[in-house]
Design a protein around this ligand. Structure first.
Ligand SMILES: Cc1cc2nc3c(=O)[nH]c(=O)nc-3n(C[C@H](O)[C@H](O)[C@H](O)COP(=O)(O)O)c2cc1C
Length: 235
């Protein structure tokens, strides 16, 4: 059913139903819904998402990836969201494979053409025992910034540690960081929506060119109609 409430979408990269990452997202759901926004979750484990094939032509293709699986449906869910939270466990000092595969396929196969996530608000939560959680967080920061998403400073990164075999949200400091992140994300989504309602403009110009193509100087011809309109509104 269509909704006018802001949508925050969690993308879960854990294989384990009911594990630490799922618990973190259920905690997030409570916070988001308390703020009157809608929370949706995509569990990557429930979708058919193939790893990259040996074709190797993704950097040169001018159209989306040719593999047929659930990727287009997941990307469509991302397009509909105001804010997106990547939630992922650390496996072998890196992101668990579901998230790594997803990032590769989504990024190079779909998102790089028009950057449809530009100006959406991004968030990250990492679950782990403790080893390399910051490294995985940094990788996802790079990914969100590549997609021109807006990261809201909200205190410490949301790193949730649990060394017990049973899934549990016992890391108080990590939960506090998650709490702050979610509230600041919802605040920023509200600000961006308000701006759009008042001005009819995107909050920042949406540059739809791929990074690999050359870019004219900032003070030359506007790249897009949006960019021209924003430049005029600031003049
Ligand atoms: C295969 C595997 C590899 C792991 N590697 C790491 C690691 O490198 N660093 C770490 O801190 N925790 C590691 N862990 C622990 C998980 O990151 C941690 O238990 C996480 O909260 C699991 O999330 P989940 O309950 O959603 O599966 C690993 C767990 C598994 C199953």
């Amino acid at each position: 059913m269509p909704t006018n409430r802001p949508i925050i979408l969690g993308i879960c990269g854990s294989e384990r139903a009911g594990g630490n990452t799922d618990l973190a997202l259920e905690y997030t759901r409570t916070l988001v819904e308390q703020r009157g926004a809608e929370f949706r979750v995509i569990h990557l484990r429930e979708h058919r998402i193939s790893p990259c094939s040996p074709c190797g032509d993704c950097n040169y293709r001018t159209e989306p990836c040719g593999l047929r699986d659930d990727m287009p449906a997941v990307v469509e869910q991302m397009r509909q969201a105001d804010g997106i939270i990547y939630a992922v466990p650390v496996h072998g000092f890196g992101p668990a494979h579901l998230m790594q595969v997803f990032i590769e396929r989504a990024g190079v196969g779909y998102l790089r053409f028009q950057r449809p996530l530009a100006n959406k608000v991004g968030g990250i939560v990492i679950t782990s025992r403790r080893y390399s959680d910051s490294a995985v967080h940094s990788q996802l920061v790079d990914n969100l910034l590549l997609n021109r998403m807006i990261l809201v400073g909200s205190g410490f990164p949301a790193l949730l540690r649990n060394t017990a075999p049973q899934p549990a949200l016992t890391d108080r400091e990590g939960l506090d960081a998650l709490d702050r992140m979610v509230h600041r994300m919802v605040d920023m989504v509200g600000l961006l929506r308000h701006h759009a309602q008042e001005t009819g403009l995107p909050p920042l110009p949406v540059d739809d060119r791929n990074e690999r193509t050359s870019r004219p100087a900032r003070n030359s011809v506007p790249a897009t109609e949006d960019e021209g309109a924003v430049a005029q509104s600031l003049a």
